[in-house]
Design a protein around this ligand. Structure first.
Ligand SMILES: C[S@@+](CC[C@H](N)C(=O)[O-])C[C@H]1O[C@@H](n2cnc3c(N)ncnc32)[C@H](O)[C@@H]1O
Length: 300
């Protein structure tokens, strides 16, 4: 990311990070739905970087709930492979930058655990959460541990979102996510190009509600697939409609007509000045001096 960002962000677009619009819409939908259903619980994010997704999650925090973010920020990683990820992708990250971004949108900070995600269960009680976003290390061993911790933190109807479940450069995340589906009872609700949404609870009601909502969203595309005998929703943003291509010949003819119109208007203005009484009087009054100047010029 090379773009220069404003120092104090005013919208999520101003915050660097990896949080596509379709996922912003789905996070909002899942968290709003929990509110509508009166589901209480804490919120957790493993891997926050500069706060792009944390800022949105924090908007859904209600009285009596805690939002915990866990990130290494500018501290040492627990192993060499994880340190290589940190050096490669997040070398300039600081906790101060995260806090400044978060404070630009919220009065207070979330609870921050600046440590490897492997310690998250020392800070968050079992079954105390309603929403967990796993977006920290991409290494299989770490993601597997993060999903297992999420299973402990979430009650049965809680929602788990995993980032980068299918990217070419993150096969470890794919392995950990689908292993949890195949062997640990995690049920997929939907997938987007970047994120996997699942639960250890019942998926039918949430999928029915989601389908009803998606049917009303003109900017989101979706389909239902069946995976291992269970429905799975695919969701993605629709590309913005292309502006119709203009006919080049018509465009040139239009420009020519506009230029001709301008020329005719200028000619008309010139003619009306020439025919005006004041112009004729002025010309007559200056005719003699002009003739004298011409004659003097010839005599020199
Ligand atoms: C992909 S970024 C998070 C993106 C962020 N959620 C967003 O919306 O832009 C991954 C983050 O995980 C953190 N991280 C990597 N390995 C970690 C580990 N073992 N424990 C805690 N945080 C880790 C990195 O510092 C980085 O901030």
């Amino acid at each position: 990311m090379t773009e220069t960002r404003p120092s104090t962000p005013t919208s999520l677009d101003d915050v660097d990070g990896w949080f596509p619009k379709v996922d912003q819409r789905l996070f909002t939908w899942f968290l709003d739905r929990q509110e509508r259903l009166g589901q209480q619980g804490d919120l957790v994010e493993l891997g926050s970087y500069l706060g792009k997704s944390a800022i949105l999650i924090g908007r859904h925090l209600r009285d009596g709930e805690t939002f915990t973010v866990c990130d290494l920020f500018d501290s040492e990683a627990p192993d060499d492979s994880n340190q290589a990820e940190m050096d490669g992708s997040y070398a300039s990250l600081t906790r101060t930058a995260f806090e400044a971004n978060y404070r630009a949108f919220h009065d207070g900070l979330p609870r921050i655990v600046q440590a490897p995600t492997s310690v998250i269960l020392d800070h968050v009680r079992p079954e105390s959460c309603r929403f967990v976003h796993v977006d920290a290390s991409h290494l299989y061993e770490h993601v597997r541990g993060d999903i297992q911790a999420a299973h402990v933190m979430l009650p049965v109807e809680g929602v788990l979102v995993c980032d980068d479940y299918r990217s070419e450069h993150t096969p470890g995340v794919s392995a950990a996510v689908w292993e949890a589906v195949a062997a640990e009872g995690l049920r997929p609700v939907c997938v987007t190009p970047q994120k996997f949404y699942g639960t250890w609870g019942d998926v039918k009601d949430v999928q029915d509600d989601l389908l009803a909502w998606l049917g009303e969203q003109d900017d989101l595309w979706h389909e239902v697939q069946e995976v291992a005998g269970r429905p799975l929703l695919r969701v993605k943003g629709k590309p913005a409609p292309k502006a119709p291509k203009k006919d080049r010949t018509r465009e040139l003819k239009e420009r020519l007509a506009r230029a001709e119109e301008q020329r005719a208007r200028a000619q008309h203005e010139l003619d009306s000045v020439r025919n005006s009484l004041s112009f004729k009087v002025g010309r007559a009054a200056t005719a003699l001096p002009r003739a004298m100047r011409r004659r003097n010029g010839r005599q020199r």
